[in-house]
Design a protein around this ligand. Structure first.
Ligand code: HPA
Length: 233
């Protein structure tokens, strides 16, 4: 039976799923990297596909932007469709000068401002952490594919536009590599639901220097992170 936000049938979704924020990216990747891709969801335009990568059955679906959206899909993918490994594949803004646009980051952990975590943990702070096995697998896959990666901690925010000055300084001081909008809730829910999660991110812009990627570079680099993601599981 379909879930509230995913119009698929049981068995339509593979145990390993890649989650880009953008559903059109899910479509593009499914059409270009997967064999025999079949669309399993169109509800709210959040396109999802299942196909084969080097003979292995995998899925890819948009997650939407922000932790409210991701939280809905993660809950339903795990509880209603039996998904076991969720890999975010998305972009982030680097908050350190030395990090270049196009760099791939394997996120070990995510701080953040998820309202859901603040409420659930009653003001205390949960250390949202990626699954270690997936992290190691991704590191090894990247080396095999000759893709350089940074490993470290990131920040997930629900606020893309924010008027405060020097917003990221204290996070930079504490070793954070970049900012995005999804991983903190993904990692938290994965632990709660007893499944595995990882985030593989490509730097789309540098918040400090103002550097941003051009579209051709973006296309190539985004495919690099998808290839790492499809190697996992
Ligand atoms: N902020 C939040 N999310 C992002 C950014 C950013 O600067 N760049 C890419 N994703």
């Amino acid at each position: 039976m379909a879930s509230i936000h995913i119009g698929a049938n049981p068995g339509d979704i593979a145990e390993t799923i890649l989650l880009p924020g953008d559903p059109m990216r899910a479509k593009f990747v499914a059409e270009n990297l997967l064999d025999d891709a079949v669309c399993f969801n169109k509800v709210r335009g959040m396109l999802g596909y299942t196909g084969y990568y080097n003979g292995k059955r995998v899925s890819i679906m948009g997650s939407g932007m922000g932790m409210g959206s991701v939280g809905i899909y993660v809950n339903e993918l795990v509880n209603d469709f039996g998904v076991k490994q969720l890999i975010r594949v998305g972009t982030c803004g680097a908050i350190r000068e030395e990090i270049k646009v196009g760099q791939v980051i394997l996120a070990m952990s995510a701080s953040g401002d998820a309202d859901a975590n603040m409420l659930y943990f009653e003001g205390m702070h949960y250390a949202a952490t990626a699954d270690y096995d997936l992290l190691v697998q991704a590191d090894e896959a990247a080396k095999r594919l000759n893709i350089e990666t940074l490993k470290g901690t990131i920040f997930s925010t629900n606020t893309f536009y924010d008027a405060s000055e020097n917003r990221w300084d204290k996070w930079e001081k504490h070793g954070v590599l970049g900012v995005e909008m999804e991983s903190q809730i993904l990692f938290t829910l994965a632990k709660r639901l007893n499944v595995k999660a990882l985030a593989i991110l490509t730097v789309s812009d540098n918040v400090k220097t103002g550097e941003a990627s051009d579209s051709q570079e973006r296309e190539q680099k985004y495919m690099d992170m998808m290839r790492i993601g499809f190697e996992l599981g």
